[in-house]
Design a protein around this ligand. Structure first.
Ligand code: DGY
Length: 335
């Protein structure tokens, strides 16, 4: 795409510290206001920095809602480097004629790797054992020292069978001989189910049957506390629960209680309600592995996510076709 003449250049905001080469890519097309910060941009900061900007490259931490859009009338495109977009009010963007994009696809395998790793660490009590060893408590072998549950051959329950859910299913079925069951808003085509031998179950049956439940559904009003006290009560006391979706899909207080009472054997959590705060009761129970929302955090993948957001932003503002729009009709309505 040809660079615009200097006096025609649009202004864009990069809302968080990113990889320098991604900022340089944008700089070839736009005047870039680079907010080189690791702190999320709060709404007032974001609104102030977006004055005069036609576009923004954001992370999953910046909130884009009607109030912000009202305050930033020049904004035409908001491009997030996250796949989850619960921070973006997409209908409000559409109503304001603002194109919104996310970053699906590029993080699928990395996130599935992490979900599987977290599930394994949880089932095999790796973090618990590591903390205990570091505390100098290892004096002798015992027959059931940190004995957990098997992953191979067990029933893997996947709640949310999108791209990442299916990548986890492949790992479980093909790598570990797991029996895969899933629940999703819509059932997969038969060929996709057959590829990993996945059985579709209702949520109740999935909770009852899973030895290891992995949650990968998007966070929406419908999935808020999808797994709460009543759902946890259906799980086997030997089962584990891993959440790599979003905080708020699981009721963290209810989960902490179930873990404390060993009604659920163990949990692995990468996402939390109100993160970066973590429910204090979760910090008190030993049978939970806690990680700071890093499921997509391999360097190549984070670069790919940032680059996809930049590609979307460049295309959106230079007459191209953004590859991963959330509301393509918004772009059309501007023309
Ligand atoms: C995503 O891309 O949605 C990850 O959770 C990082 O925010």
């Amino acid at each position: 795409m040809a660079d615009m003449a200097a006096d025609e250049r649009l202004r864009v905001l990069v809302a968080r510290r990113l990889f320098p080469e991604v900022v340089e890519r944008l700089g070839a097309h736009f005047d870039v206001d680079y907010r080189e910060s690791d702190e999320p941009a709060e709404p007032d900061v974001l609104a102030a920095r977006l004055q005069g900007c036609a576009g923004a490259l954001i992370a999953g931490t910046e909130r884009i809602d009607a109030a912000l859009l009202d305050a930033c009338p020049g904004l035409r495109a908001v491009c997030s480097m996250a796949v989850g977009f619960n921070n973006i009010d997409v209908p409000a963007c559409t109503a304001h004629g603002v194109l919104a994009t996310n970053a699906p696809g590029v993080l699928t395998e990395t996130t599935a790797d992490f979900g599987f790793a977290l599930m394994m660490a949880t089932a095999r009590r790796i973090a618990e054992g590591e903390h205990w060893l570091r505390a100098g408590k290892w004096t002798h072998w015992t027959v059931d020292l940190f004995a957990g549950s098997d992953v191979h051959g067990a029933t893997l329950g996947i709640l949310g069978m999108g791209r990442i859910g299916q990548a986890i299913a492949r790992r479980g079925a093909l790598g570990f001989g797991m029996k895969v069951a899933y629940h999703n808003r819509s059932r997969l085509p038969a060929a996709d189910e057959a590829a990993v031998g996945a059985r579709y179950l209702g949520l109740t049956d999935l909770l009852r049957e899973a030895d290891h439940l992995i949650i990968v559904v998007p966070y929406t009003p419908e999935t808020h506390h999808l797994v709460g006290a009543a759902e946890l009560a259906l799980m086997k006391p030997t089962a584990t629960l891993t959440n790599i979706a979003r905080g708020g899909v699981v009721d963290d207080a209810a989960l902490a209680e179930a873990l404390r009472e060993r009604r659920v054997a163990a949990a692995g959590l990468d996402v939390f309600e109100g993160e970066p705060s973590v429910h204090p009761a979760l910090l008190q129970v030993p049978n939970v592995v806690l990680t700071p929302h890093i499921a997509s955090a391999s360097l190549p993948t984070r670069r790919a996510m940032a680059n996809l957001a930049a590609t979307n932003l460049i295309a959106a503002l230079t007459g191209g076709t953004p590859p991963t729009p959330l509301n393509p009709q918004a772009a059309a309505s501007r023309r």
